[in-house]
Design a protein around this ligand. Structure first.
Ligand SMILES: *Cc1c(COP(=O)(O)O)cnc(C)c1O
Length: 424
């Protein structure tokens, strides 16, 4: 099946119930096993089927299967938010005493989670410059459990040297985790580039209408091989005391042991489960994902071109512009060079940036991205305000920077709105 067909059909059989065309919402917390033997078999993984909706639910199953297929991955697990997806992806590989290597240019919430919150769990983050990844190899030691970066970083719209990151990771047999939220599987295919795990805030382009929180983690097909018999990941190769001595690495190859362990251990104990109602909305979003992403990109390209010639704009970050620092990487990694719906631009100082933001009418002042409606934000005082001045400067988010999440409206209306705001 090709991508657009997977988005509309995969993982759901209309003949499985009463013929409902839309995927049914299984609004149930638990499932009748019918017999005590079936109940025991399900817990022992001898028979696969639902147990309790904190672990699995048939509506979530469709979303997970569809998403894994979309990416060409082995399996997926959904979570209550993108932050939960990032936390689970990392916590499944690392424990107290370990370290992870994290790109400097990532989403603000991911930075605080990975550099501050999990430090209190004993997992240390080492930061690297993902634009060139020159220092990456020197940061790896035997306690390094993951390398985390974004395929298109929010809000710098930077595209890392993915080839180099993957090459270094493979050499040391360390798992790579990419946050592919901004690119989406439509623009960037993580596993075709050798990445091991992808994570998403489904809240953004997947849902696409700004109405649902959600997260997704996907394993590549090669991930079992990386985890099995790899001393870095001893916990997959030794009995799990919390699951009556289960050795994940000894399970049949059919099981993707990364998402399985997230489900059986982390989701069981922490419980950041997606609700079936949210899964339903995200499934609706997936049906139009490819159409929307193309329109977001076309609109953003035209707006970036408009901004780059405007006298009040000092600089524009958009990899679809020929002069952009990441233009070559966009051509190399992103589908048809389409460069996402995000643009950031610098007007020089905070006061002017604030005035421009306040004067826009169609662009709403919102700290979200990926909505079908256009959004405008001042990252330094909002999404990234918990970072220090020094942190902000090293990652290029000064007071004059404005971020746009370009929607799917008529682009001439959006340009008119920005033009009048910039006349301030
Ligand atoms: C929004 C976002 C997140 C966090 O996702 P939530 O669904 O808000 O928890 C993570 N990464 C990126 C790139 C994001 O834009």
């Amino acid at each position: 099946m090709k991508q657009d067909t997977i988005l509309t059909h995969f993982g759901y059989d209309t003949k499985s119930g009463v013929g409902a065309m839309a995927v049914p919402i299984y609004g149930t917390t638990a499932f009748d096993f019918g017999s005590a033997t079936t109940a025991a078999n399900r817990f022992a993984l001898a028979e696969l089927g639902p147990i309790y909706s904190r672990l699995t639910n048939p509506t979530l199953d469709v979303l997970e299967a569809r998403f894994a297929e979309l990416e060409g991955g082995a399996a997926a697990i959904t979570t209550a938010s993108g932050q939960a997806a990032i936390f689970f992806a990392v916590a499944n590989l690392a424990e107290a005493g370990d370290n992870i290597i994290v790109a400097k240019k990532i989403y603000g919430g991911a930075t605080t989670l990975l550099t501050h919150t999990i430090k209190r769990f004993g997992i240390k983050a080492k930061l690297f410059d993902s634009d060139n990844a020159d220092e990456l190899e020197n940061l790896i030691d035997e306690k390094t459990k993951a390398i985390f970066f974004e395929s298109l970083s929010n809000p710098q719209i930077a595209i890392p040297n993915i080839e180099k990151i993957v090459q270094v990771a493979k050499k040391h047999r360390v798992a790579t985790i990419v946050d592919n939220t901004v690119a989406t599987p439509i623009l960037f295919s993580p596993f075709k580039h050798g990445i091991d795990i992808s994570v998403y805030s489904a809240t953004k382009y997947i849902g696409g209408q700004g109405n649902t929180m959600g997260g997704i983690i996907v394993s590549s097909k090669g991930l079992n091989t990386l985890l099995k018999n790899n001393p870095r990941y001893a916990h997959f190769n030794e009995p799990d005391e919390s699951y009556h001595g289960l050795v994940y690495a000894s399970l049949p190859e059919f099981f993707d042991i990364n998402t399985l362990r997230i489900r059986l251990a982390l989701m069981r104990d922490i419980g950041a489960t997606l609700s079936p109602n949210s899964a339903f909305l995200l499934i609706q979003g997936l049906e139009t994902l490819s159409l929307r992403v193309q329109k977001h990109c076309q609109n953003a390209q035209k707006i970036a071109e408009f901004l780059s010639t405007h006298k009040r704009v000092k600089s524009v970050n958009y990899p679809g512009l020929k002069g952009d620092k990441f233009y070559q990487n966009a051509q190399k990694y992103l589908k048809d060079g389409l460069s996402s719906g995000l643009i950031s631009f610098d007007v020089g100082d905070k006061e002017l940036a604030t005035n421009i933001i306040n004067k826009t009418k169609l662009f709403k002042i919102v700290v979200n991205i990926g909505d079908s409606k256009s959004l405008i934000t001042h990252p330094a005082s909002t999404t990234h305000s918990q970072l220090s001045e020094a942190e902000l400067n090293t990652i290029g988010i000064g007071g004059g920077v404005i971020r746009l999440s370009v929607g799917i409206e008529d682009v001439s209306d959006l340009i008119d709105d920005l033009a009048q705001a910039l006349e301030a």
